[in-house]
Design a protein around this ligand. Structure first.
Ligand code: HEC
Length: 459
């Protein structure tokens, strides 16, 4: 393999005592389209490296940017001017200001860096876009485990969380949260996205933002609440996620003023939504895939069936545990978390067994998610190759995506010769929500073009 990924060591790390061959065999068997050799034979040393500057954004929301506090820029931002017209080369200083306690960060993360360089390489052929990323993690070790559920003797509850979560700050739960890379893709069909990028999706009522919407109101909302109700998620977790102003009445930003289903569908048909790929060191990497979302009225999983889903109909009652015959135990304990030999991921077809209440004791832990590439299908399963590894404090991730996935209502159709706007984000060191590093909008051309990153044409 020339891309430098050590898939063997990843497999060992994730699967512990499970046979490496059986895991590889199953991965290949469940991905008939995947000719991994093609991706892995790309000679990345011939592909230019671009290094977008990522910084910590705090609560610099769409709304805040349009207040008079955004000095001398209020009107310009409202008029759709590009962030980079005024902030070129300022990412490091912006991140330095925003990462410590300030007017846009009430809960600073101790020792968090304000700035990060992400290395990005892109290549394409007539079918696929291939991207290779690397970055130095802020974490001390691999953020490749979590999330978990813990049984307290009578019920299951989420266990471990990100560093800005009250369960960690106030209740002493451990800061365990997966590292991940986000790639948001769109173009001028989303108003002001090429100029202001991810900030078009970040609003004051979102979770962890200054005017976080009331959970019950979110739960009762006919459109935004349905995702949570459908999955049986308790009211305490009904949140507003990323959305685009174009999905709200009069292109506004009132989270509850969602346009009608017909209007939303018309926007999707015009391509006025964003594509969002998330590679997650814990939740998707063990299966060599990434999660495929889209953002319009909310951030949601693409249609079809994702390989990644909550462990159980409701996330509070697991459906699967580990198969004792295969891994030697049914559940994990807190002490097991630090033991690298014990698998921490439930992979259907590899190491799972149906939950058996008789085997569950107080204090037992189980992964809160399941990976099942065998039943993944449709648009949600488009990112069928996404592999990463952490070595010497540096992540390297390679992702493959069809230029045209065949799912134009929730994936951006990329054309050779086209120029698109990408936004990148990195969560590491057990951070969640706004605790990430983000890029200003970055242009990417498929083939030669006028863009920050030009995807090299492979022969
Ligand atoms: C017309 C120029 C202009 C544009 C366009 C602009 N800004 Fe600003 N921005 C400024 C100025 C000027 C300041 C104030 C600097 C200061 O207070 O020292 C500022 C401050 C900020 C701050 C606060 C930093 C602090 O000191 O607290 C953030 C965050 C920010 N801008 C983000 C953005 C983002 C994101 C965009 C794009 C959506 C954007 N800006 C677009 C000019 C601009």
């Amino acid at each position: 393999m020339s891309c430098g990924l050590k898939s063997d060591s990843i497999i060992k790390r994730f699967f512990g005592s499970v046979s490496i061959l059986s895991v590889l065999g199953a991965l290949l068997a469940t991905s008939p389209l995947l000719s991994a050799a093609d991706v892995e034979s790309i000679d990345w040393s011939k592909v230019p490296v671009n290094k977008p500057r990522l910084f910590y954004p705090g609560q610099s929301s769409y709304q805040w940017l349009r207040t008079s506090e955004h000095k001398k820029a209020t009107e310009e931002t409202k008029a759709g001017e590009a962030c980079l017209r005024c902030h070129k080369g300022e990412q490091k200083s912006l991140g330095g200001i925003l990462v410590v306690e300030n007017r846009l960060e009430p809960d600073p993360i101790e020792d968090k860096s304000g700035y990060k360089r992400l290395s990005v390489q892109a290549a394409h052929d007539d079918q696929f876009l291939y991207m290779r990323f690397s970055w130095k993690t802020d974490g001390e070790g691999p953020g490749n485990i979590g999330n978990f559920m813990r049984f307290d003797g009578s019920e299951w509850a989420w266990w471990g969380n990100h560093r800005q979560h009250e369960a960690v700050i106030d209740d002493g739960q451990p800061a365990i949260y997966p590292d991940r890379l986000g790639i948001m893709i769109g173009d001028a069909k989303v108003s002001v996205y090429p100029e202001q990028g991810c900030w078009m999706t970040c609003h004051d009522p979102l979770v962890g933002m200054p005017e976080q919407a009331d959970e019950e109101e979110v739960g009762e909302h006919p459109v935004i609440g349905q995702v949570f109700r459908k999955n049986g998620i308790p009211v305490t977790n009904h949140i507003v996620r990323k959305y685009l102003p174009g999905s709200r009445a009069e292109e506004g930003t009132d989270w509850a003023a969602v346009k009608s289903e017909d209007e939303l569908l018309a926007l999707r048909k015009e391509g006025a939504f964003l594509d969002l790929i998330i590679w997650d060191a814990s939740l998707t990497n063990p299966a060599g895939v990434a999660a495929d979302f889209n953002v319009l009225e909310l951030k949601k999983v693409d249609a079809g069936t994702s390989a990644l889903y909550p462990n159980g109909k409701t996330i509070w009652g697991p459906k699967y545990m580990f198969d004792e015959a295969k891994v030697g135990f049914s559940t994990l304990t807190e002490a097991d978390i630090a033991d690298p030999a014990k698998p921490k991921h439930l992979i259907v077809g590899q190491n799972t067994a149906p939950i058996d209440a008789g085997k569950i004791k107080e204090g037992d832990l189980l992964p809160a998610h399941i990976l099942d590439t065998g039943s993944a299908e449709g648009s949600a399963a488009d990112i069928d190759y996404a592999k990463g590894a952490l070595e010497g404090g540096k992540y390297t991730v390679v992702i493959r995506r069809k230029l045209d996935t065949g799912h134009p209502l929730d994936d951006k159709v990329l054309k050779v010769g086209g120029v698109y706007t990408f936004g990148f984000s990195v969560h590491d060191d057990a951070t969640g929500m706004r605790g990430h590093h983000v890029s200003f909008p970055t242009s990417v051309s498929i083939g030669p073009g006028k863009a920050d990153i030009q995807a090299t044409t492979l022969n």
